[in-house]
Design a protein around this ligand. Structure first.
Ligand code: G3H
Ligand code: 13P
Ligand code: ZN
Length: 311
């Protein structure tokens, strides 16, 4: 099976009240852990690659590894550029075999965001590639962009129809209170999402797939594991899983998860090296990292996203 776009998976997800997991990939063990989990759960999956991932692993290694994962699992897999920051990066991924790209114009004005997004859509659609745009700013750290809590700007539902119509995007990332990284809320703060905004966006864009970035739940078992075995993470708080489940039943069809992968893999590797101080073969500790990651992704697919058995 070749790479697929997100078109069919989103149509089925919207109708079925579930979401597809979009997991960030940076190396072979992460790709294997995610795709093996999706295979066990009989779920489609989106593998997404950031600019940092391309710099770390090189575009060619990531595309070849994803090609191998498709041959190995026979799953519908979409390969997506995460947070494409300009036309050139999107073009390079479209030309380089991705089936989906995000153009992140959220740091620009409304009109500038429309212009850059439209440019990417025209190039992508002519080549059978789908495009995700973003309206509204997430708090937290996105690649090189630092958006402070104070500047965080929820998506304005009054703008979404015009943005989607004028750009032709296939899906839209919105800001409703999620943020990137492991420190989404301050200690003592109650996690909250603006479900009212999501509902209003859903009404204005019927049957249109909405994307949530910054959707790691930061499971405390992994924070504890990291800290128990030599780590020093301050209190880290993520998006409660029940809220993501709720959003999946609404218009949200794609949920982005990266920090949870990092946390669980690091926790498992720290534990392995603590339990086996004599080990120095990377295969031994990377295997534990991959196993823990696979189990975590299986849990997300089954209990949070709800996309099990939807092939
Ligand atoms: O939203 C950002 C993703 O978590 C990717 O992070 O740029 O460190 O690869 P990265
Ligand atoms: P997290 O940092 O919450 O995992 O979000 C990842 C993300 O949105 C990637 O685009
Ligand atoms: Zn993101």
């Amino acid at each position: 099976m070749p790479l697929v776009t997100t078109k069919e998976m989103f149509e089925k997800a919207y109708a079925g009240g579930y979401a597809i997991g979009a997991f960030n990939v940076n190396n072979m063990e992460i790709i294997q852990g995610i795709t093996e989990a999706a295979q066990l759960e009989k779920s489609p999956v989106i593998l997404q690659v950031s600019a940092g991932a391309r710099k770390y692993a090189k575009h060619i290694y990531l595309t070849k590894l994803v090609e191998a994962a498709i041959a190995d699992t026979d799953l519908p897999i979409a390969l997506h550029l995460d947070h494409g920051e300009n036309f050139e990066v999107c073009k390079s991924c479209i030309d380089g075999g991705f089936s989906s790209v995000m153009i992140d114009g959220s740091k620009y004005s409304f009109e500038e965001n429309i212009a850059i997004t439209k440019q990417v859509v025209e190039y992508a659609h002519a080549r059978g590639v789908v495009v995700e745009g973003e309206l509204g700013k997430l708090a937290g750290i996105e690649d090189d962009v630092n958006v402070s809590d104070a500047d965080a700007m929820f998506t304005n539902p009054a703008e979404v129809e015009e943005f989607v119509t004028r750009t032709g995007v296939d899906s839209l990332a919105i800001a409703i209170g999620t943020s990137h990284g492991a420190y989404k809320f301050k200690p003592g703060q109650k996690p909250q999402l603006r479900f009212d905004i999501l509902e209003e966006v859903g009404k204005r864009l019927p049957n249109f797939p909405i994307v949530l970035h910054g959707s790691s739940s930061v499971p405390q078992e992994f924070v504890k594991m990291v800290n128990q075995y030599g780590g020093a993470m301050p209190d880290a708080i993520g998006i409660p899983e029940e809220m993501l489940r709720e959003a999946s039943k609404m218009a949200v069809c794609k949920i982005n998860i990266d920090s949870d992968l990092r946390l669980c893999m690091t926790g498992a590797i720290r534990k392995h090296l603590n339990d086996h101080p004599d080990h120095f073969d990377p295969r031994q500790y990377l295997k534990d990292g991959r196993d823990e990651l696979r189990a975590m992704v299986q849990h997300k697919i089954r209990n949070v996203l709800g996309s099990s058995n939807t092939l």
